[in-house]
Design a protein around this ligand. Structure first.
Ligand code: B12
Length: 469
């Protein structure tokens, strides 16, 4: 069959290729379907910087039988506009939605958007090919697990598909399906011009209040074997990639496995640089040291908050002391550390927010990322807001900032002021600037990044503005 897969951009406008990462979901699906002899075309609408109409025309020119759209909550309404237009232009096209947003809102989407034919909930690697087989053979669609569709105005949802256990059975995503060149950039600073993403495990056994990843995969963590991961890294290096980001929900859950991946990277003399996220309670010095040796340059730690009461509310299963220790060990191992924070929980006081923001200065991280607690369907916080009666029926289509709806939160405006002030104070400290200069002089990685960014230096003001926003 002729299939077009679209990764949609946010309704807030195009994302620059510099701050986007390749859409691994549809790259996996495209590769699997291509291997089954389907004709595949992929477009990353979010970053290709074309209007929705041009994207639609591109799709129509391919004359597809199936159009699959990958959706996040931020792109759901864009997906509906595109789907409506395509269906209007060619009613024979079957429109299939997948991804996080489609998964957690299937009945609402099918009810509101009659031009969506099928929704694949959760992982699509098995369900999507099965659905296509059923459509092609005019077979029983109801026999395919993990799909939702409308039949005689009734919404049918087949039982959930089970998460794939053996991830080594999946092919390596064929990144050549996308013509785009992605650039790695953090806060306006370019890190690499030959960059891609990789996934070494799926799922997470934790159940943080602000995350929907564990319910997406039934809290089931599955990992690829170290050999399989390193084989893909080797391939990426041979294709000219210099830097990759691991987008795992929980990369370091099994420290022994992580160390084995690092040992294999060293053994096979792979020199790709990489960055990743990590949990502060899964951060032995031995593992972090191995990660550094094996090319890890930057680790994002989910510090979230400096107040244990709030960490408990978030169900994060860590205390702030874990963060203090993890950052110390990561710095000792030679990694750059970005700390990500979630502020604005119900009952979190203004003083507590200030305490968290200030603590970032003492922690020794290289940069903080302060976020405001947000909720979308699928996250435990979403259910909590529903139970409290703070959400309206049509809120499912948008991300909700918790301080906007919960009167027990410090007002959003005040949190934004504190965050801006926090960034300003963080950046303009003599000790910080001196420390960063010292680290840059001693690090070949940082020096390389500095050289690459010399043409950007005139944009320093813009970079700072972006940090503040
Ligand atoms: C990498 C990543 C990014 C990257 C790239 C995203 C991309 N283009 O794919 C970047 C940095 C750009 C990014 C940005 C954002 N992200 Co993000 N991101 C992720 C992350 C960590 C991994 C995604 C990934 O590659 N997974 C691996 C692949 C294999 O899985 P997958 O994409 O889910 O695909 C599978 C299924 O969903 C399904 N599927 C997917 N698409 C389709 C399409 C069809 C047709 C079918 C049938 C099936 C199907 O099959 C795939 C294979 O099994 C996830 C966490 C997560 N677990 O999803 C958060 C996550 C998706 N991001 C999230 C958010 C909030 C954002 C931002 C809004 C953040 C912000 N404030 O700016 C932006 C939005 C960008 C946009 N386009 O609108 C939330 C989404 C919540 C929601 N309800 O939408 C997540 C779930 C994080 C979280 N903990 O809540 N993100």
């Amino acid at each position: 069959m002729k299939i077009v897969l679209v990764n949609l951009g946010s309704r807030f406008g195009p994302i620059r290729a510099e701050s986007a990462w390749p859409p691994l979901g549809i790259l996996y699906l495209g590769t699997i379907l291509k291997d089954k002899s389907h004709e595949i075309h992929i477009i990353d609408h979010g970053v290709e910087n074309t209007s929705l109409k041009k994207t639609a025309q591109w799709v129509l020119r391919k004359n597809p039988e199936i159009v699959g759209l990958s959706t996040l909550t931020s792109s759901g309404t864009v997906a509906s506009e595109l789907s409506k237009y395509l269906k209007y232009q060619n009613p024979d096209i079957k429109i299939v939605w997948g991804g996080i947003h489609a998964t957690f809102n299937a009945p609402n989407i099918l009810e509101k958007y009659p031009f969506v034919d099928y929704i694949i909930r959760k992982e699509g690697d098995r369900a999507f090919p099965q659905l296509l087989d059923a459509i092609e053979k005019e077979d029983q669609i109801r026999g395919v697990n993990g799909i939702s569709f409308k039949n005689d105005d009734k919404i049918i949802s087949t039982p959930d598909s089970t998460p794939i256990r053996n991830l080594d059975t999946l092919p390596f995503p064929d990144r050549k399906l996308l013509k785009l060149k992605y650039i790695s950039e953090i806060n306006g600073i370019t890190f690499s011009k030959n960059f891609t993403s990789i996934l070494s495990s799926r799922g997470c056994p934790f159940s943080c209040k602000f995350c929907c990843c564990s319910s997406f995969a039934d809290r089931l963590w599955r990992s690829r074997s170290p050999e399989n991961v390193v084989e893909e890294l080797e391939l990426l290096e041979s294709q000219g990639y210099e830097q990759v980001v691991f987008v795992d929900d929980n990369l370091t859950l099994n420290e022994k496995r992580m160390i084995k991946i690092c040992r294999l990277i060293k053994k096979r003399k792979i020199t790709i640089e990489w960055f990743c996220e990590g949990r502060v309670d899964q951060s032995s010095y031995e593992m972090l040291k191995w990660m550094k040796r094996a090319g890890c340059r930057v680790i994002y730690f989910g510090i979230e908050n400096a107040v244990d009461r709030i960490l408990e509310y978030y169900n994060k299963n860590v205390t702030f002391s874990h963060s203090i220790n993890a950052v110390k060990k990561a710095k000792k191992a030679g990694l750059d550390v970005i700390g990500t924070y979630v502020l604005g929980a119900p009952t979190e006081s203004e003083n507590e927010i200030k305490r968290t923001i200030l603590s970032a200065q003492k922690l020794g991280i290289d940069f903080p990322q302060f976020n405001i607690l947000a909720a979308t369907p699928g996250m435990p916080i979403w259910k909590e807001l529903m139970d409290k009666g703070y959400l309206k029926d049509n809120d499912w289509e948008n991300q909700v900032l918790v301080p906007d709806v919960d009167p027990d939160c410090v007002p959003k405006k005040r949190i934004i002021e504190m965050i801006k002030e926090g960034y300003r104070q963080f950046l303009y400290r003599g000790s910080f600037l001196a420390g960063q200069t010292y680290r840059t002089i001693r690090s070949s990685f940082r020096l390389k990044v500095l050289l690459m960014n010399i043409p950007n230096l005139k944009n320093v003001k813009k970079i700072y503005e972006r940090i503040y926003e």
